[in-house]
Design a protein around this ligand. Structure first.
Ligand code: MIC
Ligand code: SF4
Length: 651
């Protein structure tokens, strides 16, 4: 199969630095652009600083502030100053708080067809809407890419989603991706790149494409991407950056590992029910659900188009008395355009509560629903507790269903509220980059500002030959990084302070975990399928490691979290039902002869000392991953490599 004929293959081939494009093997690729956001970015910059490189090596790196914008204490404000000074010192653009959500702003101002983007956020594939190969990664991988290193990944399988037909009125891009989530589930994209093609692609605008690629993260895909065509050109021209456009299409006869057909004309308005983005049902079948809150925004649905659609539906009407309507536009560009064309006034008049342009309620930064309340959100994740209210129920929908829910207090087919609005793609977006600070002319003069909440990275020891561990926790399938380390207004400000943030590891599902882990000599976690789905937050690997977690035994791992575990020297061990299926919480396990196993074997023996049984754990790891684990993490591995290179250059 000619891997290079589809769009993903063409971009990978152009960026290949190591290996060959053979499915399943490992390759290294050059990264053109990186993005970081504040909640992961402080760690990325601390990591970058410890790599010893003086200047960012990518074509473009942008540091965004969009998550931790609720300043209830000095912590977040201090982080902003640290990020601003580090960006200036090392050569990144800095998108100031108030400028917008990283993915929305990157789509508007920086994304480029045919290029590679690595971001320390799982929704980085949003830029795939522009025909960019945009991937989420752990912060350490992003720091290394900023230092000029290749990004290593297995060659993914490529799925074509062949789009035909046309969306009917009231049906939007969110319904396309919810439909796909229903078909593929939250595990369906594991190990795959999802590529879109077919005659219906041209009917979707770039922001609609970006909604679809954004939520490819929820399918577990490496990334998702669209062709770059005349629609892409029109979008970039309207953003005054026509020069950034290049066409990119799959070549005639490109072969895919799998082809999935979607006839857009068969879709209807859909909703993902709690507790998972793949629990999808038609909106009209849920009309008995009574709603307390509607939130419109997030990197999935906060473009000008989405908010204008909502505003058109709200115009001249009033929000239902039982519903609190919250609107957080995706960027300053979007908010300003809504203000200038009167849409903002329509929303305010209808009774909407307008928030600043940021992630906000999507990551539990305020606007938690009432106890056992129901919230309808245009976001991408409805994991339990993520909203900030443990027993709230979150339904995910597009802006039209959300606006209808705000007006009626129920989940309904939006046709119940009138005639369908149409929103044309603007010929000119309002371009004002004054909230994006470019790197200064004299970076050496910049002093990096580190507030008292910013703590240094810990030194991690190398992998011992024998691990004696207590199984402190057994968790269900599809456990999320929100379960491992929650977001929210209380925990997020501690992201730069590892000792403090680690107190919250597994706090919502196993209160007291941190204390117990600290007193155990070494800890293992027992997981199910798709362990660690969701965000890219490397704190969900580093903080458990800091508490003494040395291995996770699971049936399968979500790719971002798996990479983060390896980056911090935590062994991801694959186990099956036989034998290891009998391990329970409280068991003591021993994994011995690890050095030899990590050097040359594909499995280890897990001895369950408390039950006098043994079982097999699989090591499905590349050579580089094995070496990283042996070194005790990516930073140690990098330092050793530098020392070896240095030694050989002196010889
Ligand atoms: C999320 O949506 O969960 C986040 C917050 O954007 C995370 C990143 C983080 O935890 O900081 C993500 O998706 O990667
Ligand atoms: Fe921000 Fe939510 Fe998007 Fe994460 S999913 S980047 S928290 S808007």
């Amino acid at each position: 199969m000619a891997y290079k004929d589809h769009i993903a293959g063409q971009i990978l081939a152009e960026h290949l630095t190591e290996g060959k494009l053979v499915a399943g093997t490992e390759i290294g690729i050059r990264i053109d652009q990186t993005l970081t956001q504040d909640a992961t970015g402080t760690l990325v910059y601390l990591e970058f600083m410890s790599l010893g490189t003086d200047r960012i090596q990518t074509d473009l790196s942008v540091s965004y502030v969009d998550h931790n914008t609720l300043q209830t204490g000095f912590e977040n404000a201090d982080d902003h100053l640290f990020l601003q000074s580090a960006a200036a010192r090392y050569g990144a653009y800095f998108s100031r708080p108030g400028n917008g959500i990283c993915h929305q702003v990157h789509l508007e101002r920086f994304g480029m067809p045919g290029q590679t983007l690595l971001g320390s956020d799982s929704h980085t594939p949003t830029a795939g809407g522009l025909g960019m190969l945009a991937m989420g990664a752990g912060g350490m991988d992003v720091a290394l890419a900023m230092a000029g290193d290749s990004f290593f990944m297995p060659v993914p399988r490529v799925t074509l989603i062949h789009l035909t037909g046309e969306l009917r009125p009231w049906v939007g891009a969110k319904d396309v991706i919810l439909h796909l989530l229903e078909r593929l589930t939250v595990r369906g994209g594991l190990g795959k790149i999802i590529e879109y093609g077919g005659p219906a692609v041209k009917s979707l605008s770039v922001p609609e494409r970006a909604t679809i690629t954004n939520m490819g993260a929820e399918i577990g895909a490496w990334t998702s991407l669209f062709p770059s065509d005349e629609v892409t050109k029109q979008f970039l021209t309207a953003q005054k950056r026509e020069e950034n456009w290049t066409p990119i299409h799959a070549r005639e006869g490109a072969e895919y590992d799998e082809v999935i057909e979607i006839d857009l004309s068969h879709l209807e308005p859909l909703v993902a029910c709690p507790p998972s983005p793949d629990a999808v049902k038609p909106a009209h079948t849920l009309s008995r659900v009574k709603i307390n809150q509607v939130a419109i925004g997030s990197c999935t649905n906060s473009s000008y188009r989405d908010l204008k659609l909502a505003a058109e539906l709200l115009r001249g009407k009033k929000v239902h008395p039982q519903v609190s309507l919250i609107i957080a536009p995706g960027s300053r560009q979007v908010l300003s355009m809504l203000a200038k064309d009167g849409s903002l006034a329509d929303m305010i008049d209808a009774g909407a509560r307008i928030l600043e342009v940021a992630c906000g309620p999507c990551i539990g930064m305020g606007q938690a629903p009432p106890s056992s309340g129901v919230s309808v959100r245009t976001f991408n994740r409805n994991f339990p507790g993520r909203s900030g209210t443990p027993d709230a129920k979150v339904y995910l929908a597009g802006p039209q269903v959300a606006a209808a829910a705000a007006l009626t207090g129920r989940l309904v087919h939006p046709s119940e509220i009138g005639t369908p609005p149409t929103v044309e793609s603007p010929e000119n977006f309002l371009v004002d980059d004054s909230m994006i600070i470019p790197p200064p002319a004299h970076p050496e003069e910049v002093i990096i500002r580190m507030g008292p909440n910013i703590k240094p990275l810990p030194e991690l020891g190398s992998m011992p030959d024998t691990l004696n561990l207590k199984v402190l926790l057994k968790v269900r399938d599809n456990i999320t990084t929100d379960d491992i380390l929650p977001g929210g207004a209380k925990v997020l400000p501690l992201r730069s302070n590892l000792p403090a943030v680690s107190q919250f590891v597994f706090a919502s599902i196993s209160p007291g975990f941190a204390e117990k882990a600290k007193t155990a000599a070494g800890v293992a976690i027992l997981g199910g399928e798709n362990y660690g789905q969701g965000s890219s937050r490397e704190h969900a690997a580093l903080a458990p490691r800091y508490l003494g977690v040395r291995a996770v035994l699971a049936k399968s791992f979500a790719r971002l979290h798996r990479a983060n575990l390896i980056n911090f020297g935590v062994l991801p061990l694959l186990i099956g039902d036989e034998g290891c299926g009998q391990i329970t919480e409280g068991d003591d396990i021993e994994i011995s002869d690890l050095h030899a196993a990590l050097t040359e074997r594909d499995s280890v023996v897990v001895r369950v000392r408390s039950k006098a049984l043994t079982c097999e754990g699989k090591l499905d790891l590349s050579k580089q991953e094995r070496n990283i684990l042996l070194a005790g993490g990516r930073l140690n591995f990098h330092r050793r490599k530098l020392a070896v290179d240095d030694q050989s250059s002196r010889e």
